[in-house]
Design a protein around this ligand. Structure first.
Ligand SMILES: Cc1cc2nc3c(=O)[nH]c(=O)nc-3n(C[C@H](O)[C@H](O)[C@H](O)COP(=O)(O)OP(=O)(O)OC[C@H]3O[C@@H](n4cnc5c(N)ncnc54)[C@H](O)[C@@H]3O)c2cc1C
Length: 437
């Protein structure tokens, strides 16, 4: 009788969770590794108390739309389970210092400049996780936890792999992937790198890489040894390095009292960032600084303003503004090591971006913006894959490896979900065919 097959899924964002669920549902045993303290990757939320008041921010993915029928069905299932809800806010676009609502219906014209930030101007319903966007990933992880074929290992960074047994690294031929890594026990990118003791994470028949980082030397998630395993993997690593994803900073701001008179709950910010200069120029600079701004408190299921909760806002910088900040506060140190975002780093960036936020909101508030109760910043070094590889997944059956996630298909929750599911299904089918042969 053949041995049960085991798959390692590296990356616990939406793609990795979707891949692991697809594998488990096809009776393939899988272990999902993520180096973050909690799963979800860029579907990230921050909840805390400030002076006894609850604050809630989605500082990664802002909202979810569904274009394909398969993802519409998935959203309907999550909605029925109470994991997502429609965000029926006042959505639209800021252009030239004025707010313009988006069309009511998909494709009904006057949609401002294109589809807006992550499709928010298309007129499609916008969905959010409840009570925060990370709840979507937590729900998927809960389904995995309940599945007898799946294991979850969060707070574990996979750091090295090696092809062992079978010798050639081509075809299964009895060879397996040996994984090594370390348990970090805290958010990998948030604090100075802890001293890590690498341990054996086990032997696996196949790997699903549910992120590009493992293929990128110098990134927080680089996995040594992948490129060395075969020329196809070295080529894959080079293709991934050639995709230059755009960075973004998220500014989180809370006010004791709701800002009066603001005519929107979310807005894509129009304007060619390259045509206006950086912050410091308060007229053009504010337009160049952000691509999206939202009142997080207007999303369903968030702490109630009527109950006295502070009003929480999130603004996302343009890539150009993020690059300006990164020139002074880079992602990597001079010797090529990952440069973590410390609390001081975040505080300095938040102070800088608060000035941009004041300029952006100035046309919509009476007088000056009040002093915030709380500010925070999050760096996303690889926020958006603007030139994805253009395939749903990249499958290397001879190496027993598949790459999935938004590096393949482009940045959206929908694309990551579809890519992960396809990778999980393809890997399961390959291993089931092996077993039947
Ligand atoms: C600020 C921001 C706003 C966005 N807004 C929207 C939006 O409104 N709507 C929308 O649809 N999309 C939005 N997106 C895009 C969307 O969030 C992403 O496209 C999607 O979440 C990507 O999912 P993923 O699973 O491919 O990757 P990720 O979510 O990045 O997950 C990859 C995971 O792999 C882990 N990992 C990497 N290497 C290792 C390793 N060696 N060991 C262990 N773990 C590892 C990482 O820790 C991470 O958790 C936004 C993105 C950002 C950054």
């Amino acid at each position: 009788m053949s041995q049960p097959r085991r798959v390692a899924v590296i990356g616990g964002g939406i793609a990795g969770n979707a891949a692991a669920l697809a594998l488990a549902r096809k009776n393939i045993s899988c272990t999902l590794f993520d180096m973050g303290r909690s799963l979800g990757g860029r579907v990230a939320s921050r909840q805390l108390e400030q002076q006894g008041q609850p604050l809630s921010f989605d500082h990664g993915a802002q909202q979810v739309t569904a274009i394909g029928a398969d993802f519409q069905a998935q959203l309907a299932e999550w909605q029925a389970a109470g994991v997502v809800a429609e965000w029926r806010g006042r959505h639209g676009e800021i252009a030239g210092g004025a707010f313009r609502p988006r069309p009511e219906q998909p494709g009904s014209g006057s949609g401002g400049s294109g589809s807006g930030f992550c499709g928010s101007l298309t007129g499609l319903p916008l969905y959010v996780g409840v009570p925060n966007n990370n709840a979507i990933a937590q729900h998927m992880a809960g389904q995995l936890q309940a599945h007898p074929n799946a294991q979850l290992q969060s707070g574990v960074a996979v750091q090295a792999v090696e092809r062992v047994g079978g010798g050639c690294g081509c075809g299964s031929g009895g060879s397996k992937w040996q994984l090594r890594g370390s348990r970090r026990g805290r958010a990998a990118a948030a604090e100075p790198e802890p001293v890590e003791q690498q341990t054996d994470l086990g032997l696996f028949d196949a790997i699903v890489l549910a992120d590009a980082m493992p293929l990128l030397p110098g990134s927080a998630g680089h996995v040594a040894g992948i490129e060395a395993a075969s020329t196809s993997l070295a080529q894959l690593a080079r293709s991934v390095q050639a995709v230059a994803p755009e960075p973004c900073f998220a500014l989180m701001v809370a006010f004791r009292e709701p800002l009066p008179d603001v005519p929107f709950d979310s807005a894509s910010v129009a304007g060619d960032a390259s045509s206006s200069s950086s912050s410091g120029d308060s007229s053009g600079g504010s337009r160049a600084a952000f691509q999206w701004v939202a009142c997080n408190s207007s999303k369903p299921g968030r702490p109630q303003l009527s109950g006295g909760a502070p009003q929480c806002w999130v603004a996302l910088t343009t890539a150009q503004r993020a690059k300006q900040i990164l020139e002074r506060r880079p992602l990597s140190t001079a010797d090529g090591r990952f440069n973590p975002q410390t609390e001081q780093y975040r505080a300095e960036v938040a102070a800088e971006l608060l000035a941009d936020f004041r300029a952006l909101m100035q046309p919509f508030v009476q007088g000056d913006l009040p002093e915030p109760l709380y500010t925070h910043a999050q760096r996303w070094g690889r926020a958006f894959a603007t030139q994805p590889l253009g395939a749903e997944m990249l499958f290397l059956p001879a190496q027993r490896l598949v790459l999935c996630g938004d590096v393949c298909t482009g940045s959206s929750v929908e694309a990551a979900w579809r890519s992960g599911r396809a990778a999980g299904n393809a890997t399961a089918d390959m291993l089931l065919a092996d077993a039947a042969a």
